[in-house]
Design a protein around this ligand. Structure first.
Ligand SMILES: [Zn+2]
Length: 509
């Protein structure tokens, strides 16, 4: 009797699908005013749910941003800020909490920094599928012919160890960025995963799970890497976005070289990009977004046709954005400018207004409390109350912060490529910002350095810190921004170990 009641209350809980569009700039989506039609599926979902116009990422790159999504904490609190960081066993993850709340937890992950690197963020998933690896792990693996299955099973642990080693060792990471080998490994290790395969597998899994009786509600996390470098969109997407590019050999050649120079993906461009170069990158980036959006369209159409949207909340957000030469930066290694921290987000589900806009400043790390609230999870005494941060309820306006710990692996690359830029742009120093109302204050270390009115000046071109010092001081006070210790990594020691291995193997002198 009790078992029955328990089962029916679990079944009433909504399924939750969390889709993270890696490296997705908000201003390149048509839903946020881009003049090209890059994102019809995303826009369609916004029409059925709530579009967040001021969603702010707590970090500027993948690992700390996912750390915050999965713990609800700021990077300086969860400490997963570098490739070799590890989440404390005392901090529960979203997936672990959802398991406890009766959910079947799944991941279809295309970013190796989330799915392959060993930082504890995979904890709590009943099944974790990886598409970015020399040996992807897919749900259909059991149906492969015997020889391929054997090979995958034997080689996958080695591929995983190698992936970890490259991501966590500054030296190996830097060696891997040699332009002659970048095109080989990006392809060989499926660096961007395989969006279409991950969506097809998820659809197939979903159908089979529902047909099998769906014992528990589902929490599915998908990370899609279409918008990440390198930019290699299919020709039909490029034709849709920028048909004039077909005859533009110069643009193709520039993007081909850029794609091969992986160190440039995260380096301030020197000399600065010319207008046509920046436009070429944006054209290819937009085409990648459109190609990925077509895969989202396929997923949403399937969920609708299967009647799944009735009891499912779908969340689509970016982990962070991307600089394409904005503010003299490229990639997402450094800084908290809007192109990195102001991200797209839509939530469609029973407790969210249809076709509504939410114009409050909110943090994407609140998705943690939001999803636990939807899942009717038990509130722990030692954590922030779900009700105060759940986007399924009314939240109060409050200051929102982002933290950009400089990425050690990228700093190491720059030390060898262009060391003067590190000092000139003070790239080692942590950047933080706080957004309150229309204003955003930026700090370098503990020093306030810029104040912007991001409603009037979304590109952050007019620094108001000298003209409005009182407002800057007020923002700093409101956010309680105090000095933070930079993380002390273990990279040096680890590097020595790796180098010793390589010496023994004869790869280096
Ligand atoms: Zn990312």
């Amino acid at each position: 009797m009790f078992a029955c009641a328990n089962r029916s209350s679990i079944l009433m809980k909504p399924n939750v699908i969390l889709i993270i569009l890696d490296t997705m700039r908000r201003d390149r989506l048509s839903a946020y005013g881009h003049d090209r039609e890059t994102s019809p599926a995303f826009d369609g979902l916004a029409g059925e749910g709530t579009r967040y116009t001021r969603a702010i990422a707590p970090a500027q790159w993948t690992i700390p941003a996912h750390g915050s999504l999965f713990t609800g904490l700021m990077p300086s609190d969860h400490h997963v800020t570098q490739s070799n960081s590890r989440l404390s066993a005392n901090v529960p993850t979203l997936a672990e909490r959802l398991q406890t709340a009766g959910y079947h937890t799944l991941s279809f992950c295309n970013n190796p920094l989330v799915g392959v690197v060993n930082h504890g963020l995979q904890r709590g998933f009943d099944e974790f599928y990886n598409y970015a690896s020399a040996v992807p792990h897919r749900p259909g693996d059991a149906r492969k012919p015997w020889l391929r299955r054997e090979f995958s099973q034997r080689f996958r642990p080695t591929a995983r160890k190698l992936g970890n080693l490259f991501a966590q060792s500054d030296t190996l990471f830097r060696l891997a960025l040699n332009p002659t080998i970048v095109p080989i490994w990006t392809r060989y290790i499926n660096f961007k995963g395989h969006t279409a395969n991950s969506i097809s597998d998820f659809i197939e899994y979903w159908d089979a799970y529902q047909a099998g009786g769906a014992e528990k509600p589902v929490f599915a996390f998908l990370n899609l890497m279409g918008a990440h470098t390198p930019y290699v969109p299919p020709q039909d997407a490029l034709d849709h976005i920028a048909p004039e590019l077909r005859r533009d050999k110069r643009a193709f050649e520039f993007v081909r070289r850029f794609n091969a120079d992986a160190a440039a993906w995260e380096s301030p461009p020197e000399p600065p990009l010319t207008d046509w170069q920046q436009q070429a990158l944006l054209d290819f980036y937009d085409a990648e977004i459109f190609a990925q959006d077509q895969e989202l369209a396929r997923l949403f159409a399937h969920l609708k046709a299967a009647g799944a949207m009735e009891n499912t909340t779908v969340i689509v957000a970016a982990d962070h954005g991307e600089s394409h030469g904005d503010h003299d930066l490229f990639g997402h290694g450094f800084g908290v400018h809007q192109e990195l921290t102001h991200v797209p987000m839509v939530i469609a589900g029973e407790r969210f207004g249809r076709g509504a806009d939410n114009d409050q400043n909110i943090s994407t790390r609140w998705l943690y409390q939001t999803i636990l609230d939807l899942a009717d999870a038990e509130q722990r005494a030692d954590e922030a109350p779900f009700a105060a941060y759940s986007l399924a309820s009314q939240t109060d306006e409050q200051p929102i912060t982002s933290e950009a710990f400089a990425v050690n692996t990228f700093l190491n690359v720059l030390e060898h490529r262009n060391p003067s830029v590190i000092e000139r742009m003070a790239l080692r120093e942590m950047r933080r910002c706080v957004v309150e109302g229309d204003y955003k204050l930026m700090l370098r270390g503990d020093q306030p350095v810029a104040l912007y009115n991001i409603a009037l000046d979304p590109a952050e071109t007019r620094n108001l810190i000298k003209t409005e010092p009182a407002r800057a001081a007020e923002l700093q006070r409101a956010a309680g921004l105090v000095a933070l210790d930079a993380e002390a990594g273990e990279t040096a020691e680890q590097d020595e170990k790796v180098l010793e291995h390589l010496r023994v193997l004869g790869y280096i002198d």
